[in-house]
Write a protein that binds this ligand. Structure first.
Ligand code: AGP
Length: 376
């Protein structure tokens, strides 16, 4: 086990803080000077392979599946390929239909998750081409894969995935650009713009880390809360799911994530002043679709507030409107909506960490869990 840096009381906090460097390593690997060449070598997917893909199925468990849900947005929008996401444990035993030209992507930080390995066996049986996205060099699942994409998070010790999760998002983003570029679904101008915004990602994550104190305050204010609602929209929705999982597995509080627009279809019945609602409310003023989604979320935020719910908003630093409407406001830098999830998840990780510490839980080794789930 790598030694704990004495500046940090727990691996989870250390690993949260390692994210700017881990993301920088990933960016360097996937996007060094000769973008296409480097990516092709890294991904072991030839241009011909990439061009022949008709559908992608992402199969994973836990946080890795949430990363996969993010992958669905970016691979469809940037890569121009239809994507489906499945739970490893479901895929392995439901006799899924596969078709020629289908690429099955297995996401697993450890590479030892029994459910995901079982799903890979099933996919191979069905003749699917497989790519594994993994954080551990030569992990068992990589042996039988047609292609392997490594994430570059470095060893993660804490059971709760943090840096391995953002590294997976980055790998999926890079894969989407690769497909989009090769298949012509992404213009050269948009590609250059996204790669340029990507360069500021490590710094933006560092900026959010400087707001550690705000997350600590939120955690101490809501320490006694045993239930939470987490809302986010569009490509940020997987972050709602990841936030809910982080709260559950580290602080042992029940949290459920919903797409923001879904809240009125049932969950609103449990909304009252005793239920804190964590809302991701970011928007990119340069992007009309993002602004439209934000406005829809804003009217939901106002409605939830009128029902008395305490709102903890993760929103852009310049958003005075949301700052004024929420009880607690955690600012994050503005970036392209497809990159924003890698920033939005940082306050969730920090707050989960401080909730766990405040509630006296075993932060790095939550009860009943292990880093590598090797049984189905
Ligand atoms: C995440 O914090 C959890 N530890 C868990 O959900 C994990 O993501 C899941 O078990 C999958 O693990 P893997 O990425 O190693 O396959």
């Amino acid at each position: 086990m790598s030694p704990l840096d004495p500046r940090f009381p727990h691996y989870m906090l250390q690993e949260i803080y390692e994210q700017p460097n881990a993301l920088q390593r990933g960016i360097d690997h996937y996007f060094s000077s000769e973008h296409r060449k480097t990516t092709e070598e890294e991904f072991r997917l030839s241009a011909r392979d990439a061009e022949s893909v008709r559908r992608i199925r992402i199969v994973a468990s836990g946080s890795s599946r949430f990363a996969g849900l993010y992958g669905e947005y970016v691979l469809e929008r940037l890569g121009g390929i239809p994507v489906e996401v499945d739970y490893s444990s479901q895929y392995a035993y439901r006799d899924p239909l596969t078709e020629p030209g289908e690429l099955t992507v297995f996401l697993t930080q450890s590479g030892t998750t029994a459910d995901t390995i079982a799903a890979q066996v099933e996919a191979k049986k069905k003749g699917a081409k497989t790519v594994v996205i993994c954080n551990v060099k030569d992990a068992p699942i990589t042996k039988d894969a047609d292609g392997v994409i490594y994430t570059h998070a470095g060893k993660e010790v804490a059971v709760a995935a943090t840096k391995s999760f953002t590294a997976q998002l980055l790998a999926l983003f890079a894969l989407s650009l690769y497909f989009g570029d090769l298949r012509g679904s992404l213009s050269k101008v948009r590609l250059a713009e996204l790669i340029s915004q990507l360069q500021s990602l490590p710094e933006s994550v560092g900026t959010v880390l400087k707001n550690k104190g705000l997350c600590k305050q939120v955690a101490s204010k809501y320490l006694a809360q045993l239930t939470w609602m987490i809302l986010a929209r569009d490509v940020s929705y997987p972050i709602a799911l990841e936030t809910a999982l982080k709260f559950k597995e580290t602080a042992y509080v029940f949290a459920e994530g919903f797409p923001t627009g879904e809240v009125k279809h049932g969950p609103t019945a449990i909304v009252d002043s005793s239920l804190p609602i964590w809302m991701v409310m970011t928007r990119d003023p340069q992007d009309a679709h993002s602004v439209l989604r934000y406005e829809k979320s804003l009217s939901i935020l106002k409605d939830l507030r009128s029902k008395g719910s305490p709102i903890i908003a993760v929103a852009n630093a310049d958003d005075e409107l949301v700052a004024g409407l929420s009880q607690d406001f955690i600012p994050v830098p503005t970036t392209d909506p497809l990159l924003s999830p890698m920033i939005e998840v940082i306050p969730s990780q920090l707050t989960a960490y401080f909730l766990a510490v405040g509630r006296g839980k075993d932060v790095d080794n939550p009860r009943n869990l292990s880093k590598s789930v090797v049984v189905e």
